[in-house]
Design a protein. Structure first.
Length: 382
């Protein structure tokens, strides 16, 4: 079997760390040729010792210089800053890029890889939320593909294997409901950062944990599913399933439903994106059915999680609406994490940003960059 060459964007983050664990298990078939991180140099150096990459990109300028002084392996080609990240994403020696970057910063690297004809294992859903139509256009031109890493989309992808899209009645995205599914609504204004970061079932980075708490994440997943599976938005439903055992489902026109289930562990969808269309042996924990008491389901509460409605609205409007929502949410979450705004303000800011930005039917990359500047100013004016 031909060894495939892979670069990991965000190698020191939650997805990156899990991806490297998966790759340790796939040594025979995958060679890590590139790693990128923001500023966690110590972990990066450990990863370099284990995986011996050819290319390394460091976003943070200060961290880049610290790293350069510490480095002993001069065979590594080094990249710096935002441009470096785009360059490492475009190295055509790659067979696959794993994008585990956080937030809207992950969009352009996805686009760079796709334009170069490199397939992307995508954990950065913001890429598709912000620039679904640009990425689709680039995929059509280059023939490159996106393999979903998001657990829900991996589940749907697995359920669709061997099926015909026109036989699908609907996709059913499951969501745990996050840490505030049952919290008294009148206490939402007092939600602290640490409460919002404590997800009941999944271990994730800070930004996505907050998105799970507001359920903006599920809203983004709706938009992500729309672009990935090319189904009418009306055919994508959301159901709350607090145990996170069913990772998502597909219902067919004969009312037969396929579900993909398992222990909530990101290594499983990451590995599938790397070994597709095969399932290969892995040492991860097996689901123990006798330990599951029950699987429960409920409709999402839009009053409690109004960010879900924003996502639905943005899908109806399309154009720059999902882009604006995504950018706004990045900065609103950043401000919440800094303790500058209360939890419930995230929705208000996102709504205003989406409603008030200068809507464009077909935003190009430059339009998105301009919108980014406007949204950042707008969100920081609250
Ligand atoms: Mg997910």
């Amino acid at each position: 079997m031909k060894i495939r060459k892979v670069t990991i964007l965000g190698s020191t983050g939650s997805i990156g760390i899990n991806a490297l664990r998966v790759i340790e298990n796939l040594k025979e078939e995958i060679r890590v040729i590139g790693l990128s991180c923001n500023k966690n140099i110590d972990l990066l150096i450990n990863q370099i010792k284990t995986f011996n990459p050819l290319y390394v990109s460091i976003a943070d300028e200060e961290a880049y210089h610290t790293f350069k002084n510490k480095i002993t392996n001069h065979d590594i080609e080094l990249f710096k800053g935002r441009n470096g990240l785009l360059e490492i994403s475009s190295i055509s020696d790659n067979d696959l890029i794993i994008n585990g970057l956080v937030g809207s910063s992950g969009m352009e690297p996805t686009l760079c890889a796709i334009k170069k004809g490199i397939n992307v294992a995508l954990a950065n859903k913001e890429s598709l939320v912000m620039a679904g139509s640009l990425i689709e256009e680039a995929m059509n031109k280059s023939g490159a593909k996106i393999f979903p890493v998001d657990s829900e989309h991996s589940a749907i992808w697995q359920c669709l294997s061997g099926e015909v899209l026109s036989d699908v009645k609907r996709l059913i995205l499951t969501g745990s409901g996050g840490p505030f599914r049952t919290r008294a609504l009148d206490t939402f204004a007092n939600i602290s950062v640490s409460e919002a970061l404590a997800h009941p079932n999944w271990e994730m980075g800070r930004k996505i944990s907050i998105d799970s708490a507001t359920m903006m994440n599920k809203g983004f997943e709706l938009i992500e599913a729309f672009w990935l599976f090319k189904l009418d938005a009306k055919k994508i439903d959301i159901i709350i399933h607090p145990q996170s055992i069913i990772h998502s489902m597909v219902e067919f026109i004969d009312s037969s439903i396929k579900a993909q289930i398992g222990v909530p562990d990101m290594k499983v969808p990451i590995q599938y994106a790397l070994t597709y269309p095969r399932h290969v042996w892995a040492p991860w924990e097996s689901l123990n059915f006798s330990k599951i008491n029950k699987l429960t389901f409920e409709d999402p509460d839009y009053n409690r999680f109004p960010c879900l409605l924003l996502a639905k609205k943005s899908l109806k409007r399309l154009g720059s609406s999902p882009t604006a929502l995504n950018l706004s949410n990045d900065y609103a979450v950043e401000r919440f994490l800094k303790g500058e705004i209360p939890f419930h303000k995230i929705h208000k800011i996102n709504k205003e940003s989406m409603d008030r930005h200068n809507w464009l039917k077909e935003p190009k990359l430059n339009d998105i960059k301009e919108l980014d500047i406007w949204i950042k100013n707008y969100v920081y004016s609250f």
